[in-house]
Design a protein around this ligand. Structure first.
Ligand SMILES: Cc1cc2nc3c(=O)[nH]c(=O)nc-3n(C[C@H](O)[C@H](O)[C@H](O)COP(=O)(O)O)c2cc1C
Length: 333
């Protein structure tokens, strides 16, 4: 079965790959993932704050600030708490590049990533095949309109695009008023791919200890539903590639993501739970499913369930919503 896919300009043998995470911190794990057939490796993100602080030669100052300052830096972990500083990150990237043959993508996380263009150039020089930009922010000031945050993101993409030769993928959150418009703007600003969706940090509260609980929970398949909904809407409306991250645990999840338009299917929680061989399992099962359903290639499946076949997606959406509310009794049976 031809499972090949085009993603960020690469022709990959199939769409299944490890997503950005500390899984790539360990060279042995990276080799195991390659043996399991991952189509690419995505490194964990380096944070804008780490890069900017090093550029200001205040690597230690950030630590000092975290002891004495009431400013925002107070909240940041100490530089020694990060697995990699900016120079270690480049070194690790070089090591991974020489250890594996699959494309290796680096990742940056921030709000004002346009401040990190010089560092992104070093990432390119260190051999990254592409760069993921994880645009991670929460609008917490009432005077800050959403459009301002979107403009910051678009400025970042334009600045990175002007400086870099490697492809750029932008990992976005679901919290935009018009995801379709924003995805299209990213595309027009020069992004080669958009990845739906970031999982946001959702703190819990310890009601006895009166403390915030910072826990990172792994996903399950239910998180995929929001993603396939939006993939189906965005696919066909942008020229860049689409990737999915969040909630892919089984071959059925992967098939749904591809049907709705994902040409790259990233997995993290599934690999944490089941180990690298889940990548091979999903790939094999998707191949069997395609054969059993008489598809000639994965390309034939890609985007086949997108919304471009619907004349009025908005009316269709509302009609479905009304339908679901009317049929709640059967749904809960
Ligand atoms: C332990 C852990 C660390 C992660 N670190 C990063 C990161 O550094 N950068 C990033 O873009 N995403 C990071 N993610 C998010 C994943 O790339 C992915 O988007 C998210 O886990 C949803 O996919 P999943 O359902 O397959 O886990 C991390 C996820 C986990 C579980």
């Amino acid at each position: 079965m031809d499972l090949s896919t085009k993603y960020l300009g690469f022709t990959l043998p199939h769409p299944f790959m490890m997503g950005s995470s500390p899984l790539a911190d360990d060279l042995d794990m990276v080799r195991r993932l390659e043996d399991a057939g991952t189509a690419a490796i995505v490194l964990r993100s380096l944070f804008e704050e780490q890069i900017v602080s090093e550029e200001m030669l205040t690597h230690d100052a950030m630590d000092r600030a975290s002891d004495v300052s009431a400013e925002a830096t107070y909240f940041f972990p100490r530089s020694s708490d990060f697995a990699f500083g900016p120079s270690d990150y480049l070194e690790h990237l070089r090591k991974i590049k020489s250890a594996v043959g699959v494309p290796v993508f680096a990742s940056l996380n921030g709000i004002r990533l346009d401040r990190c263009v010089d560092y992104a150039l070093q990432i390119e020089q260190a051999g990254a095949d592409a760069l993921e930009l994880n645009l991670y922010f929460m609008a917490t000031r009432p005077e800050q309109p959403g459009s301002e945050l979107e403009d910051l993101s678009l400025d970042t993409v334009r600045a990175m695009r002007a400086a870099l030769r490697i492809p750029i993928a932008v990992k976005i959150s679901p919290f935009y008023t018009s995801i379709l418009h924003f995805a299209r703007s990213l595309d027009q600003a020069g992004a080669n791919g958009v990845i739906l969706f970031n999982r946001f940090y959702q703190p819990d509260i310890d009601i006895d200890g009166l403390e915030m609980r910072r826990e990172l929970r792994l996903s399950d398949s239910s998180e995929l539903l929001m993603r396939i909904h939006w993939l189906a809407l965005v696919h066909g409306q942008v020229t860049c590639s689409l990737g999915v991250t969040g909630g892919v645990h089984t071959s059925s999840d992967a098939i749904k993501a591809i049907m709705t338009g994902a040409s790259a299917v990233q997995m993290v929680s599934a690999i944490f739970r089941q180990g690298p061989t889940i990548v091979a399992k999903v790939r094999e099962e998707v191949s069997h499913w395609l054969e059993a359903h008489e598809y000639e290639s994965l390309g034939q499946l890609l985007g086949s369930m997108n919304f471009t076949h619907t004349t009025d997606p908005s009316a269709y959406e509302r009609a479905n919503y009304m339908h679901v509310l009317r049929s709640w009794k059967e749904s809960l049976r």
